[in-house]
Design a protein around this ligand. Structure first.
Ligand code: C5P
Length: 221
């Protein structure tokens, strides 16, 4: 059985990928399955935590013993995180949040017009939830963890991102056509704001989740 080292703690985990609607039937999305976030939620519950899982478009059943909040867009995900954060000992942002959303939403399905070029899709920036909660720290000593999917210069980009976001830990994944998204296994390096670097070898997403909680527990003291 797992060590109950998160007993009495409340942790918030975001999972999945946001969908940013263009019209009632179309959206801009990403390939995140939510499996890593669900593994984080399950393992935290097994270690005794009260878990709030904020799930974006994962299509997976709710894990047992976890409070699940379903969201669709980045703006909805932000609202759910900000609502849960004041009471949280740790916030882990495993969700793939769209950096941009369409500037306009068409309330009717967008139609193709004969002999006319399509309208360009104009994007606006979404709020950066991880940077916001890292800067605000709704509770003293709260540990904030981010994820970063990088395709190249993984460690250098990860260090820069950790500083820019202001979180305590950043889990850096190398992604590519066949890596990470939808897979059962993952490999990563967890960078700490204290300069630490923890390599997690290729293995089940649960193993990476357990390492993240080990590092969080150490920081909670
Ligand atoms: O900047 P980038 O999207 O690579 O950062 C990834 C990390 O930031 C993830 O932890 C993700 O959940 C979070 N993020 C966020 N709000 C955004 C974009 C990303 O919280 N708008």
């Amino acid at each position: 059985a797992a060590e109950p080292d998160l007993t009495g703690r409340h942790v918030v985990v975001s999972a999945g990928g946001t969908r940013e609607p263009l019209d009632p039937v179309r959206f801009l999305g990403n390939r995140s399955s939510g499996k890593q976030g669900y593994a984080l939620a399950r393992t935290a519950a097994a270690r005794g935590a009260r878990v709030t899982l904020i799930a974006a478009n994962t299509g997976m059943p709710d894990p047992a013993g976890v409070d699940v909040v379903q969201v669709g867009t980045a703006v909805q995900l932000r609202e759910a995180v900000l609502k849960a954060a004041p009471d949280a000992d740790a916030v882990v942002m495993a969700a793939a949040v769209a950096d941009f959303r369409p500037a306009a939403y068409a309330s009717g399905k967008i139609k193709k017009k004969d002999g006319q070029e399509p309208d360009p899709i104009v994007l606006v920036r979404n709020p950066d939830i991880l940077a916001e909660i890292s800067a605000d720290r709704a509770r003293a000593g709260q540990v904030v963890v981010g994820f970063a999917a990088e395709t190249d210069d993984v460690l250098a980009n990860g260090r820069t991102k950790l500083r820019r976001k202001g979180c305590d830990l950043l889990v850096v994944n190398e992604v590519g056509e066949r890596k990470t998204f939808g897979a059962e296994e993952n490999e990563a390096v967890v960078l700490g704001a204290d300069g630490s670097e923890t390599t997690v070898p290729y293995g089940p997403k649960e193993a990476l989740a357990e390492t993240v909680w080990d590092l969080v527990v150490r920081r909670l003291g």
